[in-house]
Design a protein around this ligand. Structure first.
Ligand code: URA
Length: 277
């Protein structure tokens, strides 16, 4: 006798296939779990455009009169009893795995001379769907030892700045212009930037943040390809490949010049306003 569970699973598989084909027709071909919220939560990650909450249970084909997935977000989010959430995202947004793919491509990088002195590649940390991305200069000794950006004294101040914005390190993304520590913390050299910056660009493409905050002179000048001073660049939004970029003073500079903390706070408030839009 045929196992009834097998039969049930086959029916579910058929239904799921039909349902996926319907979503594909609607231009939705990429799926991911919400990274910004735990599986039990029912709030869409901010900034995700076409989202839909999918309830677990028997799959059901939407009928002609039902709103399309990306039109029904609000109602879906009100379905607070759903045990699980999946967010399909349209193909113009980040496919899952885009960021790990960038890390894989970097591998055990030997593209520039910094590979011979570094302890760890400092790829970047935070949410792969972050709305806000911070870009510093290069790892220092602490970051090189731990393989994580901004974990030293300047990093602790950056963490406080992020928290003052009502966010956490896990909700934003933090990276640097280059991923390996330059000896004696010297400025990165042009060949090192040339070897490394394509990967930062790929990270930005994968994350698609709403705002990038460039930390300090080096980051701002490199990203904006300008020699203008940080004092002229900071506090204003610039365009970076279609993403809003606001430079501000580096937290290490603030450790030496605490009077400038209020200036940076004004800059961060502008970012907070932008994120609310
Ligand atoms: N300074 C930076 O620019 N980046 C780090 O990761 C740490 C300190």
């Amino acid at each position: 006798m045929e196992d009834p569970r097998r039969k049930e699973l086959a029916a579910i598989a058929r239904e799921m296939k039909a349902r996926l084909s319907w979503y594909r027709q609607e231009g939705i071909d990429t799926w991911r779990r919400s990274a910004a919220t735990p599986m039990s939560a029912h709030v869409a990650p901010a900034g995700v455009g076409r989202t839909m909450l999918i309830e677990e249970g028997t799959p059901r084909m939407p009928n002609q009169n039902e709103p399309r997935p990306y039109e029904s977000t609000e109602q879906s989010l009100l379905a607070a009893e759903a045990p699980s959430v999946l967010f399909p995202i349209a193909s113009e947004t980040t496919p899952i795995g885009a960021l790990p793919a960038v890390r894989d491509e970097i591998g055990d990088c030997r593209r520039c001379k910094l590979c011979s002195t570094r302890k760890n590649i400092v790829f970047g940390t935070g949410s792969p769907t972050a709305q806000l991305m911070f870009v510093g200069e290069a790892p220092g000794a602490d970051e090189d030892a731990q393989g994580e950006p901004f974990v030293g004294r300047a990093g602790q101040l950056l963490t406080k700045m992020i928290q003052a914005m009502g966010l956490s390190r896990e909700e934003v993304y933090i990276a640097n212009i280059i991923k390996c520590r330059p000896p004696e913390n010297r400025n990165p050299q042009p060949d090192e930037i040339a070897a490394c910056s394509p990967f930062l660009l790929k990270q930005i493409e994968a994350i698609r943040p709403k705002v990038i905050c460039a930390l300090g002179t080096f980051s701002a000048q490199t990203l904006l390809e300008t020699q203008q001073k940080i004092s002229a660049l900071r506090g204003k939004f610039h365009d970076y490949h279609g993403v809003k970029l606001l430079p501000t003073f580096h937290p290490a500079y603030l450790l030496r010049n605490p009077n400038e903390k209020k200036t940076v706070w004004e800059d961060l408030k502008k970012i907070m306003e932008e994120l609310k839009k």
